[in-house]
Design a binder for this molecule. Structure first.
Ligand code: AMP
Ligand code: ZN
Length: 510
């Protein structure tokens, strides 16, 4: 099966062909988080869609070498301008935590020196990795075996300096009168191709936003910073241009090239990364390596919205994974809710949507367990195996997750309350059905996650025996007893629903 994937660079859906198609190896760079706070689920929407792309490639036979940076330096608060303005996000976080420490508001158990941005970065990086693992991001497992898979820019300063030296040597960068090293955008005619910006638009757009003093020293207002000499910045390094710190676009170019090669297959990020971040990465990388391409396919996830607006830290309208788990949702349901809308459309987050995802995941998980238990039973109908190809075909159609979930749900609905579709001598066993379900879940990544969560949090045997007892009570018209049992289940955080298929249960999400 072959993948068709929308490429933001060409604005077309293309047949995916890897650089090393013979060996079926894919190199994949994902722009990761800046660890200045807990990640919110909007951030995770971008990372989880990259994870779904990776899993889809794996399901059709590729080995994926994925790298995702964890940014611990150089990312400025004003990141909508190519130059990067405002303050270093890590310094802002350090100051915020210093204030929190003074007023005794540091989270319990957190013992860090708030004046040390690296300690702050390590604290939030750890939190990010825990959340990413809970949400089933495969890259975390790889990073356990090989930490280079989630590199930190502070470990790649020498590679960044080497790249700036190359760019200066090739006259794609220059040292301005203020001592700052800038990339000369006019030396790279392709600048603007990814974002669709013309040089004219960039010139006028940039002019208004960056202070006039800085603009005066640049050859072109759109030129962006590669290295900034600075003696006050908390994190700074020696360089041929004096002590200072790197521009934030540089890290991804340096780390992707060092770890994956000069030209990579796929590069991903959120839609806001297109400009300036990825535009600048392309310019730096192509000019440093003399290659025509930095990444062959560019994959961008649209924003997660709340009430029609972007979910973001600054608006305060965000949820973290921890917030939603405290409301009773499992990470598997949160993952499903974040991946079920097509990555090129905005998704609107609602608690009702999350409840529906919880119900769906619980149903799939129960079926998976039941299939596992009754593996030897022979059946005449094999809906899950029949769905598998269609499911993968939907995923290969530019990650049509909703279509794929539709195929899976249709197959699952053939299983009335824990009954095989048709007992018989026939086509296969329930173990084969279980295998097909696992293949589909290797892409969605939710049922496996649920197994840990459900054994941890929910006593499935007790729930099922209470449901049986309630059915018996109803059969003998003991309505009060039946209601009592419903209340008992409710107190355990379990909601039940009577339908044509019998009684089903799911966790309550508040
Ligand atoms: P940051 O940690 O701010 O660098 O953001 C990390 C990633 O999350 C970037 O790729 C952003 O594009 C992405 N992102 C931020 N907010 C949202 C959102 N509401 N929906 C989807 N992606 C987002
Ligand atoms: Zn990046």
């Amino acid at each position: 099966m072959q993948l068709n994937l929308y490429n933001s660079l060409t604005r077309q859906t293309e047949r995916f062909i890897a650089i090393d198609e013979d060996k079926k190896v894919v190199t994949f760079y994902t722009c990761g988080p800046t660890v200045y706070d807990f990640a919110h689920i909007g951030n995770f929407r971008a990372f989880l869609n990259a994870d779904v792309l990776r899993r889809t490639l794996e399901a059709i036979g590729y080995k994926v070498n994925q790298v995702m940076n964890i940014t611990d330096v150089g990312h400025m608060t004003d990141d909508a301008v190519a130059d990067g303005g405002g303050e270093d996000k890590m310094e802002v976080a350090a100051n915020r935590l210093a204030e929190a420490k003074k007023s005794g508001a540091l989270p319990e158990g957190v013992e860090l020196d708030p004046t040390d941005p690296l300690a702050v970065a390590q604290y939030y990086a750890q939190a990010f990795i825990e959340d990413a693992k809970a949400l089933g991001m495969e890259i975390v497992d790889d990073a356990q075996a090989n930490p280079d898979v989630m590199p930190r820019p502070t470990q790649y300063i020498s590679q960044m300096i080497a790249m700036v030296e190359t760019l200066v040597q090739k006259e794609h960068a220059y040292v301005a009168n203020d001592g700052v090293v800038y990339f000369d955008v006019q030396s790279f005619p392709e600048y603007g191709k990814l974002s669709g910006n013309t040089m004219e638009q960039l010139r006028s757009g940039e002019g208004g936003r960056v202070d006039m003093e800085t603009q005066a020293v640049k050859k072109n207002p759109a030129d962006f910073m590669l290295w900034k000499p600075d003696h006050n910045h908390l994190m700074r390094w020696a360089s041929p241009w004096g002590e200072g710190y790197p521009g934030w676009h540089l890290e991804c170019s340096a780390m992707a090239t060092s770890l994956l090669g000069d030209v990579i297959d796929i590069h991903s990020g959120g839609e806001d990364n297109i400009f300036p971040h990825h535009e600048c990465e392309i310019a730096q990388s192509c000019c440093a390596t003399d290659e025509n391409s930095f990444a062959n396919y560019w994959f961008h996830t649209r924003f997660l919205l709340v009430d029609g607006g972007k979910m973001s830290k600054s608006k305060g309208n965000f949820y973290t994974l921890r917030d939603l788990v405290n409301k009773g949702a499992t990470p598997a349901a949160i993952r499903l809710e974040l991946i079920r809308t097509h990555y090129r459309s905005n998704a609107n987050f609602t608690l009702q949507g999350l409840k529906d995802s919880q119900r769906q995941v619980d149903r799939w998980k129960r079926l998976a367990d039941w299939l596992c238990e009754h593996g030897c039973v022979k059946v005449n109908k094999t809906p899950l195996q029949d769905a598998k190809e269609k499911f993968l075909a939907a995923m290969c159609d530019d990650l049509n997750v909703a279509g794929a979930i539709g195929c899976l749900s249709e197959a699952v609905s053939e299983y009335t309350v824990d009954m095989p579709p048709e007992n018989g001598e026939g086509l296969g066993t329930l173990a084969d059905e279980h295998k097909a379900l696992q293949v589909m879940d290797s892409v969605l990544g939710v049922i496996n996650l649920e197994s840990c969560a459900s054994t941890k949090n929910v006593d499935v045997d007790k729930i099922e025996s209470l449901i049986d007892a309630r059915l018996e009570a109803r059969a003998s018209k003991e309505w009060n007893r039946a209601d009592e049992i419903r209340d008992e289940l409710c107190a355990m955080g379990i909601e039940i629903k009577d339908g044509a298929d019998g009684t089903t249960w799911s966790r309550v999400v508040q």
